[in-house]
Ligand binder design. Structure first.
Ligand SMILES: [Zn+2]
Length: 426
């Protein structure tokens, strides 16, 4: 080997050992879950610690531990207690944040379950949970420390149900691991659930960029058992006893399907290593929900737009994509503050457009871009998105994040999903 090459070789080995050492210096192969409550109303938010749990598998990243992608309404930081060095960071969004912009939040204080997960530490750590104030401004909500040897940290399985591997081509430390959890399937419907989970995987892989990165995606089906079949529809006074307590009519919106029981969802997810949670609801009724780094929930048997909803909701929860559609009177239309730049990669208020797709715009693009037939096929800055018809702009006329008739993600959304896959697997 020539000398420069040899030096390069040594340098690469050095870099590799630096990165890999960082994980094993601080963390074990297990996961640490923190359960807490986010509480408050329209204008105030507090966080209260519920419990700390050791879980058997860590499915997340092992490199770039102190980087994040500046997504989500919240983030958490894990510091080594002795040195205050940042050893892990991640971001997420919450159902609580969406509730804060509903009329009810002006009238009453409420509390929502929330969980975060990071690799189980070897030594004492400090955890800080922060709320986003602006595109690059955060507020600390809670800070606490703990020792990994604390006897009150639960270390046993919370649930025990059959798990089937739907596809697994690579070890979890190099993969996007998706935990698919059964909701509204009775014990007799287990075979149907495994078939539905396989179809979910098939649907996901009909879309780019999931097809391109198929060899980096592992999918597991976790057969949670429900007493009743299906999920609750409170708008019809129809309540079911299902494993995760999911229901339509979230915030009085007919097709918004969510569950408030986040700790139970996480108990089931902990049976596998995971980066993302997909709850498959045994119902034909159209609907779903997806929140960044929280969960996706969608109906298994809705004929209308089954593939489209799968991919749309997963776009929210996996890559933090915003809805590009808008109505005049949506229940969530107070969600965006037009004085701030939203963190979602596929919408802008133009406050910090340089951080979005501005550099990729064709030369001479008018801002805002008029919706002419010619412009419909081009990248631009089209007014309307994020539930508002004015003041928020989207990059393309149509996209999987706007309508069910769109065939694909627009190029800005496609790149955001691809960036997320690369961030978690490289
Ligand atoms: Zn898009």
């Amino acid at each position: 080997m020539q000398k420069p090459l040899f030096i390069l070789f040594l340098f690469l080995i050095f870099c590799f050992s630096l990165f890999s050492q960082q994980y094993t210096d601080y963390f074990t192969n297990k996961a640490c879950r923190i359960d807490f409550q986010l509480s408050g109303n329209t204008t105030s938010t507090n966080a209260y610690l519920s419990k700390i749990i050791q879980e058997p598998f860590w499915g997340g990243r092992r490199l770039r531990l102190s980087d994040d992608m500046n997504l989500g309404e919240y983030r958490f930081l894990v510091l080594d207690s002795l040195t205050d060095k940042l050893i892990y960071i991640d971001d997420f969004s919450t159902l609580y944040f969406e509730w804060q912009s509903t009329p009810e939040a002006a009238l009453v204080n409420k509390s929502f379950e929330q969980s975060i997960q990071f690799p189980y530490p070897q030594k004492s750590v400090k955890v800080i949970i922060e709320r986003r104030l602006d595109f690059d401004k955060w507020e600390k909500l809670i800070q606490f420390g703990f020792s990994p040897d604390d006897k009150l940290i639960r270390k046993t399985k919370m649930v025990d149900v059959p798990v089937k591997t739907i596809c697994k081509t690579v070890s979890p430390d190099k993969a996007i691991d998706i935990a698919v959890i059964a909701e509204g399937y009775t014990v007799k419907q287990r075979a149907k659930f495994f078939k539905d989970a396989q179809r979910l995987a098939d649907n996901l892989f009909t879309h780019e960029p999931f097809l391109k990165y198929k060899s980096r995606i592992n999918i597991y089906a976790i057969a949670a058992i429900s007493v009743d079949t299906g999920v609750s529809k409170p708008q019809n006074a129809n309540w079911r006893n299902s494993a995760l307590g999911s229901h339509y009519y979230t915030f009085y919106s007919d097709r918004y399907l969510t569950t408030p029981n986040v700790f139970t969802v996480r108990d089931y997810a902990s049976l596998v290593p995971y980066d993302a949670i997909y709850i498959l609801a045994n119902t034909k009724t159209y609907g779903g929900g997806g929140i960044y780094n929280f969960y996706t929930l969608a109906s298994a048997d809705s004929k209308r737009a089954q593939t489209e909803v799968t991919v749309h909701e997963f776009g929210h929860s996996f890559a933090g994509l915003a809805d590009e559609y808008f109505y005049d009177n949506d229940a969530l239309n107070g969600m965006y503050d037009l004085k701030n730049e939203p963190w979602e990669p596929n919408i802008t208020t133009l406050v910090k457009f340089g951080a979005k797709w501005k550099k990729d715009l064709p030369e001479g693009t008018a801002i805002p871009t008029p919706l002419t037939d010619e412009n419909k096929a081009k990248m631009g800055v089209f007014e309307g998105g994020g539930y508002l018809s004015k003041g928020i702009y989207r990059p393309y006329f149509d996209c999987r994040m706007r309508t069910n008739t769109a065939k694909v993600f627009c190029p800005v959304c496609l790149k955001a999903v691809e960036d997320r896959i690369l961030f978690l697997t490289e």
